[in-house]
Write a protein that binds this ligand. Structure first.
Ligand SMILES: Nc1ncnc2c1ncn2[C@@H]1O[C@H](COP(=O)(O)OP(=O)(O)OP(=O)(O)O)[C@@H](O)[C@H]1O
Ligand SMILES: [Mg+2]
Length: 151
């Protein structure tokens, strides 16, 4: 576990996906990410990469992905928000299950295996990072990652 600058981690994660981001016409937007976390850069970038890939796969019109941080009680949260097709409320509780692709995976796409978020959940448990899908947003999807703050 190392002291990591959240902004660098997000920038590196975006860089690693730059090919897809450019090809698919995605606009990444970074807001306040001026926070320090205690974690493992390589694995966190992998996890953020999976989340970015989902935002791309399930994108809508004029796709954007926004990143912003927030600090509370020795924790730092990273929010990754897209304006894509969104996850139906009845699917939200199951997206971390192995092989679950829900309505979005079933209906529209053939390249959904339901492994990405399952892997993320496993890795997060090992890294002591909380990963959640936020409920009740009207448009798109928000994923929240919560880390220990590094002082
Ligand atoms: N940003 C998102 N927008 C809409 N639906 C999403 C998003 N992220 C995840 N989902 C839903 O959650 C399911 C599980 O996500 P997960 O990443 O595990 O699988 P996948 O992307 O379909 O396939 P894989 O990651 O194995 O290539 C998806 O099939 C989809 O239904
Ligand atoms: Mg995926």
């Amino acid at each position: 576990m190392k002291k990591l600058y959240l902004k660098d981690i997000v920038m590196n994660s975006i860089k690693k996906k730059s090919k897809e981001i450019i090809n698919e016409g995605i606009k990444p937007i970074m807001h306040d990410l001026d926070f320090y976390i205690l974690s493992d850069a390589k694995w966190i970038e992998f996890i953020i990469g999976q989340i970015i890939s989902n935002s791309i796969k399930y994108k809508g019109n004029k796709p954007i992905i926004e990143f912003y941080g927030e600090k509370a009680n020795n924790k730092v949260s990273l929010y990754i928000k897209d304006n894509g097709i969104g996850i139906p409320p009845e699917d939200i509780s199951r997206v971390f299950e192995k092989g679950f692709t829900g309505a979005n995976g079933r209906k529209k796409y053939s390249n959904s295996t339901g492994i990405g978020l399952y892997l993320c959940k496993k890795l997060c448990a090992k890294l002591e990072v909380d990963i959640d899908v936020l409920p009740n947003i009207i448009d798109g999807t928000i994923i929240k990652l919560t880390f220990a703050e590094a002082k």
